[in-house]
Design a protein around this ligand. Sequence first.
Ligand code: CP
Length: 317
Amino acid sequence: MRNFTCVQDLGDLKQALNEAFEIKKDRFQFTELGKNKTLLMIFFNSSLRTRLSTQKAAMNLGMNTMVLDVNQGAWKLETERGVIMDGDKPEHLLEAIPVMGCYCDIIGVRSFARFESKEDDYNEKILNQFVQYSGRPVFSMEAATRHPLQSFADLITIEEYKKTARPKVVMTWAPHPKPLPQAVPNSFAEWMNATDYEFVITHPEGYELNSKFVGNAHVEYDQRKAFEGADFIYAKNWSAYNDPNYGKVINMDRSWTVDAEKMALTNNAYFMHCLPVRRNMIVTDDVIESPQSIVIPEAANREISAETVLKKILAGL
Ligand code: CP
């Protein structure tokens, strides 16, 4: 595997899951693979889990790691070609990317949707420039339209906790005060569609996701109906995708908050969220603190998904 930006890059998903479970049994069994190899992690946006879990995964594989927060200490980067650079950005991404590539063997990039241009966001303008110009394998640490390391960890977690071969997984929109990208729900949908699970998406009208990611999912506008018989509830906020509301909050209806009364409609479902989560907006305290909440094991599996992906990229160097 050279680059990792979506589920298809992993190849056979069952095989990748088996590799992940092998790594989980002994996460230090491949320490020779990354010896004298350097991972550069580039963050255009904040992170807790991705930063720590990916660095830990690289260390498990014997790699050296470097972390660059582009907005803290690096030169401010111009991203548009043709701009007369007489403003506050002294360096262009088109020089910065190949320079970064000189100092490492693999590059991880976090670059969220900017909501300035839907076309640029959905063409993954920043991530694809790293793929094109760095000369190194590149993996997404959450880009504009997908968060594949998160989705892989989500899938590992569901496989560990499921009680039936074909669980009912429900992804529900929940309210949030700020406009969030669609990367996590897009990606989760893409990965769920790559399984044979029963997959349902529920959200208020106006929050429809790009049909490419919705795929074969059943879309149910009645949240309570969607929750009936669910084995897993995956909560997430996202901003509107459809024009003219792209990137906007069009509804903060707290009747969509995941609470105990709605969880009682499920098949004693597990509660999942990628974190960070706003309590009592997305989910009530009692649900996230309940024995059915698996948000911490889900976050712990970020180390496993990252290590599996890095191992596959290292094997291809
Ligand atoms: N879930 C996730 O990616 O967390 P961070 O934004 O903290 O990395």
